[in-house]
Design a protein around this ligand. Structure first.
Ligand SMILES: [Zn+2]
Ligand SMILES: [Zn+2]
Length: 90
């Protein structure tokens, strides 16, 4: 069974602060990762992206965003926990 989930960051309800994996500095949220690669990318499948990102369980509850650190010029993916729309109905 699948519950609909919503990324509050993508929907502008929340901002997120990511930490740079290289320098631990505060990085900027650049939006949803799939907006960059696209679901129909001829070069990488979603399975490939998952392996590349190291997020094996991001199918439903996590929205993978693209982060950028201006301190050390590093770009990296990070996961945002999505909110379940059906909360409180069970
Ligand atoms: Zn998102
Ligand atoms: Zn950095």
């Amino acid at each position: 069974m699948t519950y609909p989930t919503l990324c509050s960051v993508c929907n502008g309800m929340e901002s997120v602060s990511a930490s740079c994996p290289s320098c631990q500095g505060s990085a900027l949220d650049q939006g949803k990762l799939s907006d960059y690669y696209g679901p129909y990318s001829p070069y990488r499948s979603m399975d490939d992206l998952k392996l590349t990102n190291g997020y094996a369980d991001m199918e439903q509850q996590q929205c993978v965003h693209y982060g950028y650190c201006p301190q050390c010029d590093t770009a990296f993916p990070f996961a945002v926990q999505e909110q379940a729309l059906g909360d409180g109905l069970s």
